[in-house]
Design a protein around this ligand. Structure first.
Ligand code: SF4
Length: 629
């Protein structure tokens, strides 16, 4: 294992604000160190712009009106590592046996630069060797065709994969005959998806940036925007300046939620910045379920006292289960309830009452959350309770109100929308089968954890990862690494080196992919892809940088090359998917909400996907509540 002291963090006094001049200087330094001016400047001027490319750093949406520099320090680092001049090619692998790379930290591996050529690690070999694309894809095709069952293959997806590549990838796996499609969602917002599908019928956020600005109250729970979604601080600052109040629920007092020095403005660069948090609830880890239950109980009790704090019109028209819910929540004797609540939350009753008073004073409420809510055994009940909290006062499906699970990976939501899911809906498989004349498998596949178990049992002959760093991202590194070593052939489609390239199956392939910032040329045509952000907005992404090597290929072309080799071009015409418009046409006939995809994706603003119904006055199209009952 790498020596942890290699990249030991520097420890200093806690910061009292985020961003400001230090963020600008760090961004410039990272971009200059990695990419230099000639590649760095055009990349930073194009990232998150309407005719530019989408930042690979996270899934936070772009505002309608863009700044010249529409990125944060994290975004600058993520783009710098893609736009880097550094390369990792055959010479590098000749100098570094896998045993040496195994001892290196993940950070060091990632800093070595962009992968330029397909590389192959033969059985028992000490070094990766260069291999041609044709040989590499033939090798994978042979291995897949040689499997006893299609379920002997696992197709992992990281959230950076574009919509077009994700759609082609899931089609390939389903034409092969498996739903073994684990993805990084399994490890981040899966509990959000499960709870939201059950309660609202759609496993995604229901708010737009405009809703954030119009909210009276925003609760940020189990999330650290300053580190994970820094431009969210700009949205919170804008809302704050419009009079929105902000509650932070977090075990740690994070600098970004204390004060934000927005580098887009002089006040942010020179001043103390904007204080964001009005009420800080320093909750005990895992205490969010108890907190939202307590607020809901206080609301129910106030309503029973005749204080009219619930939206009964909304509850009666749009919800069911209210009677059972309130009965269950009010059943526990008060003193026992509060003793347990204070113990589980680590908060005082008076603070929870203060929060509830802020809720009652607010017409429109948005709740934002991330891993602090989703990474617990009781995460699904917690997120259900958050939805209960919002439904009690009609805070879903109208301006300034709703649910906002904030996604990490830049297109993780889009990948799921495109069908990257081990438990696909029958309606999706029906549409896919009808579109391509294939019989998609109906049996549910492996998610991340079950894939690891199947690998450890020796049941997986081929593991393919479209991006990502499976062994480092998965819950139990050692168990996952041991499981990976049981696989016959491991294949990673990647832009940079990472730990998953040095913990391999019996044989391994690394296939260098174009990054989102790279120009994607085909037959003299510049191709572009689409992504879906955390708020359900789909928009185009156009690469701007000349690729560092002709040895790199687009994710779609890699899948196409495999599809033609394993299945030929009938009934799925893999060759013709070199034209991404053709891929989008297929999507428009298979995925709900993508009608006329090619036309709408060419609009500078992109388009919003439908979500929960709206009672009155919203600019976004809304279907009926698609819940299961
Ligand atoms: S907030 Fe996220 S998407 Fe936006 S620039 Fe920063 S890392 Fe990139």
């Amino acid at each position: 294992m790498p020596d942890p002291a290699q990249d030991a963090p520097e420890v200093g006094p806690p910061k009292q604000s985020a961003a400001g001049i230090p963020a600008v200087l760090n961004s410039v330094r990272h971009v200059n160190d990695q990419a230099g001016v000639l590649r760095g400047l055009p990349a930073m001027l194009a990232v998150n712009q309407k005719k530019g490319f989408d930042c690979p750093g996270c899934a936070w949406p772009e505002p309608g009106k863009r700044h010249t520099a529409e990125f944060c320090e994290n975004g600058a680092k993520a783009v710098a590592e893609e736009a880097t001049r550094r390369t990792v090619g055959p010479d590098f692998f000749a100098r570094h046996p896998v045993s040496d790379l195994f001892e290196r930290s993940g950070y060091w591996l990632g800093q070595q630069g962009r992968l330029t050529e397909p590389m192959y690690l033969a059985e028992g070999a000490t070094h990766y060797e260069p291999v041609s694309w044709d040989r590499a894809l033939d090798m994978i095709a042979e291995e897949l065709r040689g499997l006893d069952t299609p379920d002997g293959a696992v197709f992992y997806t990281s959230g950076r994969t574009s919509n077009e590549a994700a759609f082609a990838y899931q089609l390939f796996a389903r034409q092969l005959g498996t739903n073994n499609m684990p993805d990084c969602s399994n490890m981040c917002h899966e509990s959000s998806g499960s709870a939201l599908v059950e309660t609202l019928g759609v496993g995604k956020g229901s708010v737009s940036l405009e809703d954030m600005y119009e909210a009276d109250l925003i609760i940020v729970a189990g999330q650290n925007p300053g580190t994970n979604h820094p431009r969210m601080l700009s949205a919170l600052e804008k809302a704050k300046r419009r009079g929105t109040r902000i509650v932070t629920v977090n075990p740690l007092p994070e600098a970004g939620m204390k004060a934000f020095r927005n580098p887009q403005y002089a006040r942010g660069l020179l001043g103390r910045g904007t204080e964001l948090t009005d009420l800080f609830a320093q909750i005990r880890v895992g205490g969010d379920l108890a907190l939202f239950s307590a607020v809901n109980r206080l609301l129910l009790e106030a309503d029973q006292r005749g204080e009219k704090v619930l939206d009964h019109g909304f509850v009666n028209s749009f919800t069911h289960g209210f009677e059972e819910f309130s009965e269950a929540l009010l059943a526990e004797p008060e003193d026992e309830f509060w003793a347990r609540t204070e113990r589980d939350t680590g908060l005082t009753r008076s603070l929870i009452e203060e929060l509830t008073a802020m809720v009652v004073a607010s017409e429109r409420i948005v709740v934002c959350w991330a891993m602090g809510l989703t990474q617990h055994k009781h995460s699904v009940p917690t997120i259900r309770e958050v939805v209960n909290f919002l439904l009690l006062r009609g805070n879903v499906g109208r301006p300034g109100a709703g649910v906002c699970p904030v996604r990490g990976h830049s297109n993780v939501q889009g990948d799921r929308t495109m069908g990257i899911f081990e438990r696909p809906a029958d309606s999706f498989l029906d549409a896919l089968g009808a579109e391509f004349g294939i019989e998609p498998p109906r049996e549910h596949g492996h998610d991340v954890v079950n894939s690891i178990r199947a690998m450890a049992r020796g049941e997986v002959g081929v593991f393919i990862a479209m991006g990502g760093n499976f062994v480092a991202a998965s819950p139990d590194t050692e168990v996952t690494e041991d499981a990976m070593r049981q696989v016959g052939l491991t294949v990673h489609v990647s832009t940079k080196l990472n730990r998953s390239h040095v913990v391999t199956g019996t044989r391994a392939l690394i296939l260098p992919a174009l990054a989102r910032s790279d120009r994607d040329q085909h037959d003299g045509e510049q191709r572009w892809v689409t992504v879906e952000d955390s708020m359900g907005l789909v928009h185009a992404s156009h690469g701007v940088l000349p690729p560092l090597s002709e040895g790199m290929r687009s994710e779609v072309d890699i899948v196409r090359g495999l599809g033609r080799r394993v299945f030929g071009n009938d009934p799925v015409d893999w060759d013709r998917m070199a034209d991404y418009d053709r891929v989008r046409d297929h999507v428009s006939r298979v995925v709900p909400g993508f009608e006329d995809f090619n036309t709408r994706a060419r609009k500078r603003e992109g388009f919003a996907l439908p979500h929960a119904p709206v009672t009155t006055g919203s600019s976004r199209p809304r279907p009926v509540w698609p819940t299961s009952r």
